[in-house]
Design a binder for this molecule. Structure first.
Ligand SMILES: CC(C)(COP(=O)(O)OP(=O)(O)OC[C@H]1O[C@@H](n2cnc3c(N)ncnc32)[C@H](O)[C@@H]1OP(=O)(O)O)[C@@H](O)C(=O)NCCC(=O)NCCS
Length: 178
């Protein structure tokens, strides 16, 4: 049973511990200090819907049987254009997601697929949301395989401020249309 709880300041040491673990640090760079993490994520600590989040991002810890094991965030794609990201985007209702499993024992067992499917279903429950993207490192074959299983389709290799990425996207499924 997977659940999502908005990130709080009390969660930051655990989040940082996960970011420092080699299986995450390999793909999630640079590893911040606790102060940087707090500065980056305080605006994302909200239970607003992602399209309404004042800072453009909502961050969650992910729980399984009441144990935290991962992190996931949703951002309004166009909200990050002011920082130089996704300058081609014209859809104000497109979201993006970023995620990690912090507990190494849970990697490669289908948990990520389950987590992201549940999160995507939650995002579609806002009828305004039209599309969801994610942008793994093109070398992160495990993440790409997982996202394809969830239903993301490859769009194109892109250059981002964090380096090369594979842009992957899902559009609202017909049956979930409001
Ligand atoms: C990315 C992540 C969330 C995926 O979750 P996960 O639970 O590990 O993924 P799943 O087990 O659901 O699916 C992984 C798939 O990749 C496949 N895979 C694993 N290693 C692979 C590799 N080197 N090449 C190709 N496929 C690979 C697995 O076989 C599995 O597919 P299958 O079920 O068809 O066999 C998780 O691995 C993670 O948090 N990684 C560390 C941080 C990270 O990379 N975050 C993503 C940043 S974009």
């Amino acid at each position: 049973m997977i659940s999502f709880r908005p990130l709080t300041e009390a969660d930051l040491p655990l989040f940082l511990e996960w970011l420092r673990r080699p299986h995450v640090a390999e793909w999630w760079q640079p590893t911040p200090t606790l102060e940087e993490l707090r500065d980056d994520y305080l605006p994302a600590m909200t239970d607003a819907l992602p399209l309404d989040a004042p800072g453009g991002t909502v961050a969650y810890l992910v729980y399984r049987n009441n144990e935290p094991f991962g992190f996931i965030q949703a951002y309004r794609v166009m909200a990050h254009q002011k920082d130089g990201w996704w300058l081609e985007e014209t859809d104000p209702c497109a979201l993006g997601i970023d995620q990690l499993i912090g507990e190494p024992d849970l990697i490669g067992k289908g948990v990520g697929t389950e987590m992201i499917k549940a999160f995507v279903a939650r995002l579609w429950s806002d009828p305004r949301v039209t599309a969801i993207q994610t942008d793994p490192d093109p070398r992160n074959a495990r993440a790409i395989a997982c996202y394809r299983k969830v239903g993301f389709q490859d769009v194109a290799p892109v250059a981002t401020l964090d380096g090369p990425a594979l842009l992957m996207r899902m559009h609202r499924p017909q049956q979930a249309r409001a």
